[in-house]
Design a protein around this ligand. Structure first.
Ligand code: M6R
Length: 614
């Protein structure tokens, strides 16, 4: 849940590390730090705050040097302050470390080190780790790489680390367990980062460390990979990255979130491209094709995910049960992994994750695999931990999502899950060829319908102006659009800090209706297909209690228009595909309200993009 960056080579390290940290700031942004080594002196600067603050503070140090490491933090141990920020020195001042993760047994190690004369400046587990490495170096008389390996065999927890030794100006040692770590391989230069975005303009070649692997990166040498547990040699698999620089920059938009909202027509199309072959009447997905019996013979599908991905899982529950007639359970990964769930080898578990690094989802997968279930990953980040840990999977092709609030990840996850459900419905004989064809051709129209839904932007902005100062907000939807109501509420609360709740519309009368008065904006999804008349009755109930109604309706609706205070139209589509459209005005609404409230849209307080701690 932090971002780490490192560089060793022939260029000045400081600008590369700083730029890299800015790209990784989505991973954590409560403090930041950098250490640059010029071959004789380590210059270290760190501060509470953003990378921009670090840039200013670092003017006080010499920035020259071709070896550097940097860190942007989301605090776990110790409050965000200058001292707890990374990098951390060892007691001798020779070793410097950055760390993303948690060392769970740090307290007992700290006590043992204190007994051996070590002292600590910070409250962090990371400072304990760097001193443990130093202690191993001293007592065992080994080089840095070996000391890192021995020390890591003593710790319990998760980590992606980069550490260097003042006595070795041409070497950085990295290691990974549970948190991501990529090494960019250039011409006699190496880059280290939590994802490839910090080095994409320098090299397309990257090695992703596997869990329990470490690497000794030495200038002029090949990367030396080892298994941390048994010292076995591992061989680096150099991947060619497809990412380009444009994808990770704002491209004229004020915020990444807005850019990503507008990217959805393209992202959805990229997600079904090459899979949805409407003219041939087929859906081609290797991960499903190769494991079709696992799905068709499954007792049930269990979906695990967190946050927005969990909402996509809820939409999938409706789609799988409705279209493919396969029983589905949707679970919060964090609950599932700790509640001794009943899992058998007749179950298929689908894990949904944009980042592919969410710790709870990863742990849920491991548990399900242990119990014999077949695990299918739906991830956006290629090569991510969840993608690698799954037995098979399908990527969403949303492209990098940098705004902390998930937008295009949600719609592309629904797209992939719809493709799977349609494929299984066909395979199981639940669909006639003509019905299948109808769905395929309609799905192909979704990008242009999303485009049309985006045209409501100016209208949504005027609605945002009216409700930007609300203290609370209620979101209602039914059927396929109940999860969209949950997602709309999550978007609003996470970026504008307005309390918002999502409910199935019919549940309103079981409690939430008590909240409704003339101050309460209620966003109701009332599309033509999907319990329309019943939702209209709910709207009447809100109106008679003077609630303010913002309705998302199907183009041409007249009935709701007469009741609602504001009406936002989306194009007509099949009921199961409506979430791909109804979610668009809700994303825009939360975006505009957050901007009007001067909130940090892309980096909301207390959050991080990738939650790699449980
Ligand atoms: O990377 P993941 O999809 O596994 O992340 C899951 C949640 O942390 C994520 O969706 C979070 O809820 C977003 N901030 C929501 O916008």
């Amino acid at each position: 849940m932090c971002g780490i960056v490192g560089y060793i080579g022939h260029r000045e390290a400081f600008p590369i590390v700083i730029k890299g940290l800015q790209r990784l700031e989505y991973r954590g942004y409560d403090s930041a730090g950098v250490a640059i080594y010029d071959g004789s002196k380590i210059n270290l600067s760190k501060t509470k705050g953003k990378v921009e603050d670090l840039k200013n503070k670092a003017k006080e140090i010499s920035q020259a040097g071709t070896l550097g490491i940097g860190h942007t933090r989301w605090a776990t141990h110790g409050v965000p302050n200058d001292v707890n920020s990374h990098p951390h020195y060892s007691n001798s001042g020779d070793l410097v470390i950055i760390h993303n993760g948690i060392i769970e047994n740090y307290e007992s190690i700290k006590k043992a080190l204190i007994n051996r004369g070590y002292s600590f400046k910070s409250d962090t587990d990371t400072e304990v780790l760097v001193n443990l490495i130093e202690e191993v170096q001293k007592t065992e008389g080994v080089k840095l790489g070996k000391a890192v390996q021995i020390a890591l065999n003593q710790v319990v927890g998760a980590y992606a680390i980069a550490v260097f030794d003042k006595k070795k100006p041409d070497e950085i040692v990295v290691a990974k367990l549970g948190s991501p770590l990529a090494i960019g391989v250039g011409e006699n230069e190496f880059f280290i980062a939590s994802d490839a975005s910090p080095f994409i303009e320098f090299t397309n070649n990257a090695v992703y460390l596997e869990d329990e692997e470490m690497a000794i990166i030495r200038l002029g040498k090949e990367i030396k990979l080892r298994k941390i547990k048994n010292d076995a040699i591992a061989y680096p698999n150099i991947l060619e990255l497809q990412m380009n620089l444009e994808e990770i920059e704002k491209g004229g938009y004020d915020h990444f979130m807005l850019k990503e909202i507008y990217e959805q027509p393209r992202a959805i199309m990229d997600t079904y491209r090459g899979r949805l072959l409407a003219d041939q009447g087929i859906i081609r997905m290797a991960g499903i094709d190769e494991n079709i019996e696992k799905f068709t013979n499954a007792n049930r599908i269990i979906i695990v995910a967190c946050g927005t991905s969990w909402h996509a899982g809820l939409v999938a529950e409706y789609i799988f049960e409705d279209l493919a007639r396969i029983p589905v359970e949707v679970e919060y990964a964090s609950e599932f992994r700790y509640r001794n769930p009943i899992i058998t080898d007749k179950d298929v578990l689908i894990a949904i994750s944009q980042s592919g690094e969410t710790a709870d989802t990863l742990a849920a997968i491991k548990l399900a695999k242990e119990k014999g279930a077949f695990v299918f990953g739906v991830c956006n980040v290629v090569g991510s931990s969840i993608a690698r840990e799954s037995n098979a999977g399908a990527y969403t092709h949303a492209g990098p999502e940098i705004g902390v609030a998930s937008t295009k990840a949600f719609t592309t996850q629904i797209t992939v899950l719809t493709l799977i459900a349609l494929k299984l419905a066909k395979e199981k004989g639940e669909f006639s060829s003509s019905k299948f064809h109808e769905y395929l051709t309609e799905l192909e129209t979704i990008p242009s319908k999303v485009e049309k839904s985006l045209q409501s932007n100016a209208l949504v902005e005027t609605v945002a102006e009216v409700y930007k100062d609300s203290a609370n907000c209620l979101y209602l939807g039914r059927g396929y659009n109940f999860p969209v109501a949950l997602e709309g509420a999550l978007k609003l609360k996470e970026i504008s800090y307005i309390h918002a709740e999502g409910y199935p519309a019919a549940e309103m009368k079981h409690g939430p209706i008590a909240l409704i008065d003339e101050q309460m904006p209620v966003i109701v999804i009332a599309t033509k297909k999907g319990h329309y008349e019943k939702v209209v009755s709910n709207i009447q109930e809100i109106k008679s209690r003077k609630g303010k109604i913002i309705a998302i309706v199907t183009e041409g609706d007249v009935q709701v228009k007469e009741l609602a205070d504001h009406v936002i139209e989306i194009p007509e589509t099949l009921e199961s595909l409506t979430p791909l459209l109804t979610t668009i005005p809700l994303q825009l609404l939360s975006y505009h309200i957050a901007v009007m409230r001067n909130c940090n849209v892309d980096q909301p307080r207390n959050l991080a993009k990738s939650v790699t701690v449980e």
